[in-house]
Design a protein around this ligand. Sequence first.
Ligand code: SF4
Length: 140
Amino acid sequence: MEDAKKLKRLVKSVWVFNWFNSCGFTEILPVVGSRWDMERFGMIPVASPRHADCLIIAGYQTEKSIRRAQRIYRQMPKPAVVIGLGSCSMSGGMYWDSYNTIKRLSDYIPVDLYIPGCPPRPEAILKGIMSIFREVEDHA
Ligand code: SF4
């Protein structure tokens, strides 16, 4: 949360880079679309981690893909916020006993917020995102 606190001084909207594996991609689609419309809350998807304030990671991560995620995180300007989306990012989810998937994202990258669910409901995602904004706002 330390980075989230610092972020308030730097930005009004939050630029988001998404790193999704597997069915994790489907978790964010409703929120990006017109029905839930995350942009109305100032969440702007960007094409490069070098422009992003926030990294959303969803889906199970393999031993290979987590190295890519770490590389993405290193490229982000700091302070940066990381959100782990879905049960797979928290515990490995239904792949918890796979030989090839990691179990907990925060063992590899500093995570500010986990949003549970398989997949998380759009309401839960927006509530989680808003909790970051509130945290950021409280420390203006
Ligand atoms: S939490 Fe569920 S929906 Fe999300 S990547 Fe894992 S299995 Fe797929």
